[in-house]
Each structure stands twice: as C-alpha cells, then as structure tokens.
Design a protein around this ligand. Structure first.
Ligand SMILES: NC(=O)c1ccc[n+]([C@@H]2O[C@H](COP(=O)([O-])OP(=O)(O)OC[C@H]3O[C@@H](n4cnc5c(N)ncnc54)[C@H](OP(=O)(O)O)[C@@H]3O)[C@@H](O)[C@H]2O)c1
Length: 312
C-alpha cells in the first residue's frame, strides 16, 4: 500500500484527496498545513490518520512514501527540494517550477537521490485525450498540420493567479496544459516558440498568444484569465479534424472528415479526473521507476524553458 502525504490543505488538495479514495493500492496517510487546525479539519474530512501544523513535521514523521505537493506556485522549488531531501517521492502540482533552472534543480536532486519525481498533468491521463492521441497515431485524420487550444478561466480579483507573490500568471496556471498536451497528442516535441504577452500593472501575464512549431504542425495557444469559455480545442489533419470539447478537461472528443461527418466519437463524463494520474503514479512506483514515461522530465523541463523565454 503506497502512503500519500499531502502538503498544503488548499483547494486542489481536496480534489486530490477525493480521487485518491477512488484508486486501490494507496492510502492518504498524512496531511500538513501551515495552520494545525486547518490540517486537522482536512484530516477529519478525508479520514487521514496523521495531521501536522508544519510541513517539516510531516516530512520528519515517516508516515508517508510519496508527497503530493499542493501549495501555491512560488513555493514549489523550495518545498520540492525539502520533500526530496527528506527521502520522499514527489508528485508536484503544476507548474513544477517557475524557472527552468529551478525545474532542473528539482529533477536533478530527485535523480541524485534515486527518487520518483513528477509534475502533475492530469489531462495526459484522461481517456478522452488518450483516445484523440490514438486516433492521430492510427492516422484517422491523416497528417496533422494545424492545431489550436484556447484555455481560460474567469479569475476574480483576489484569485491567486492574479498575485505576483503567489507565482500568478496565466502561462504558469493554464499555459502549462497546452505546452504538455499538444506534443503529447502529436507524439512530438516543441521546436520553436513565439509569443505575445499582455500584462497587468503588477507585471502578471493576464493573456498570452503563443505559437508553437511542433515539427510538421504549427499550433496556436490562447490563454486568458478574464473569461469563462468552452471553445473546443482542435487538431486539423489532411483527412479530417479532431475536436476536444473542454480542452484540457475534455469530456468528449470527436473526429470529423473534411465534409463534417463524424468518423469517431468518445465520451467520458468523469466527475473527478485525477484518479487516472494517481493510478499511473502507483504503477510507476511498483515498477521502480523514478520518472513517468507520460509526464517525462524532458517535457517538464521544456515547459519551464518556455516559461523563461515567453516571460523574459
Ligand atoms: N491540477 C489541477 O487541475 C490544478 C487546479 C488548480 C490548481 N492547481 C495547482 O495547485 C497548486 C495549488 O492551487 P490551489 O488552487 O489549491 O491554491 P490555494 O488553495 O490558493 O492554495 C494552496 C495551498 O498553498 C499553500 N501555501 C503555501 N505557502 C503559501 C503562501 N505563501 N500563500 C498562500 N498559500 C500558501 C497553502 O497551504 P496551507 O494549507 O499549508 O496554508 C494553501 O492551502 C498550484 O500550484 C496550482 O497551479 C492544479
């Protein structure tokens, strides 16, 4: 039984805790928050046996094997290193780090210590996006030349994505998805990047337009923190197109021929969605792997390199 410890008892930690309960072979063993009462309340809600009012106490307790780091972005580098130095495997919320050098430091440290380390990218484990990937591989829509993803949220004024102190910015928060998903779907790498970045008065990027050269395919990525939207993402190939309804949270994918006739459709009305990623982590650990073959270190490093380039 793999024992998870959670660091940070915020919004996403609740979603993770719910998902962990859906997966066999693991248990939530401990949770830590900066405020002990908060940790206790979280532990009570999810029936977690150990709770701590400091992250260091959890790491020293020996109560868990893997730490799920669910804190705000600006803390990821220091806390990830702390987790690894304490001898725990690491599942770090996206983005792994805000700069390439920090991402490299985290992954090098994991390598030196022989520990598993992975940036979370739950979308890459969704059956919908894996179906789209398989269609591309099987040639259902032919060679893909164009792709587009529009991803946004409607963030209130006090949301962490608008805060420079909390590592805010739309590229860190949502840009990370297309930067991982598009190369994953097309089984390729990002070769070149151009971007237009719109910043607010605090210097936070609130909207980005990024163009990616993915080899044979040029892709556009629109990001915004100022609107709710449901526009599908699309891959356009010589024999048809694939539409992903819900972008990185796709619950339905469909393929259409050039005349618009449906040639493939798949739906997964998931309620949580993190469970597939957690099951994957368990498989990696069971196989003694220190790196996920799906969210590779190389992909996380490339993503962080693009942060440096786009936000320079
Ligand atoms: N995978 C996804 O779908 C997804 C979705 C949303 C967010 N995320 C990622 O998950 C992480 C957390 O996001 P969230 O929405 O859960 O954020 P949140 O609720 O605002 O904060 C998460 C936790 O960060 C901790 N924290 C540590 N230092 C902090 C500081 N100086 N100020 C404020 N909080 C601090 C707090 O832990 P304590 O409980 O110890 O106080 C807080 O509970 C981010 O990296 C984000 O990118 C992922």
């Amino acid at each position: 039984m793999v024992r998870f410890g959670i660091i940070g008892a915020g919004e996403i930690a609740h979603k993770f805790a719910e998902a962990a309960g859906m997966v066999g072979g693991c248990e939530l063993a401990a949770v830590a928050a900066r405020d002990g009462e908060r940790a206790e309340a979280f532990a009570g809600q999810w029936k977690i046996p150990h709770h701590f009012g400091s992250y260091r106490e959890l790491l020293a307790s020996g109560s868990c094997d893997v730490v799920y780091l669910a804190t705000t972005n600006q803390t990821h580098r220091d806390l990830a290193l702390m987790v690894l130095d304490a001898g725990h495997h690491l599942l770090c919320e996206k983005p792994l780090a805000l700069r390439h050098r920090d991402a490299r430091e985290i992954l090098s440290r994991a390598g030196e210590r022989g520990l598993f380390a992975m940036e979370t990218l739950w979308s890459l484990f969704l059956p919908t996006l894996n179906t789209a990937r398989r269609w591309v591989r099987e040639g259902l829509i032919g060679k893909v030349h164009m792709a587009g993803m529009m991803v946004s949220l409607d963030a209130p004024a006090d949301h962490r994505v608008r805060s420079p102190e909390l590592g805010g910015g739309i590229l860190y928060d949502l840009g990370v998805y297309p930067l991982h998903i598009l190369p994953f779907l097309l089984d390729t790498e990002i070769r070149d990047v151009r971007a237009i970045v719109k910043r607010d008065d605090d210097g936070i990027d609130v909207a980005d337009l990024i163009v990616l050269d993915l080899g044979g395919c040029l892709a556009s990525v629109h990001l915004s923190m100022d609107l709710p939207m449901t526009a599908p993402s699309v891959l356009c190939g010589e024999k048809g197109s694939i539409y992903m309804h819900g972008a990185h949270k796709a619950r339905r994918v469909e393929a259409r021929d050039p005349e618009g006739r449906i040639i493939g459709a798949f739906e997964d009305p998931f309620t949580n969605g993190f469970e597939h990623q957690i099951a994957h982590v368990l498989q990696c650990l069971a196989r003694g792997e220190t790196e996920s073959p799906v969210v590779s270190h190389r992909a996380s490093l490339r993503c962080a390199e693009i942060f440096d380039q786009v936000l320079a």
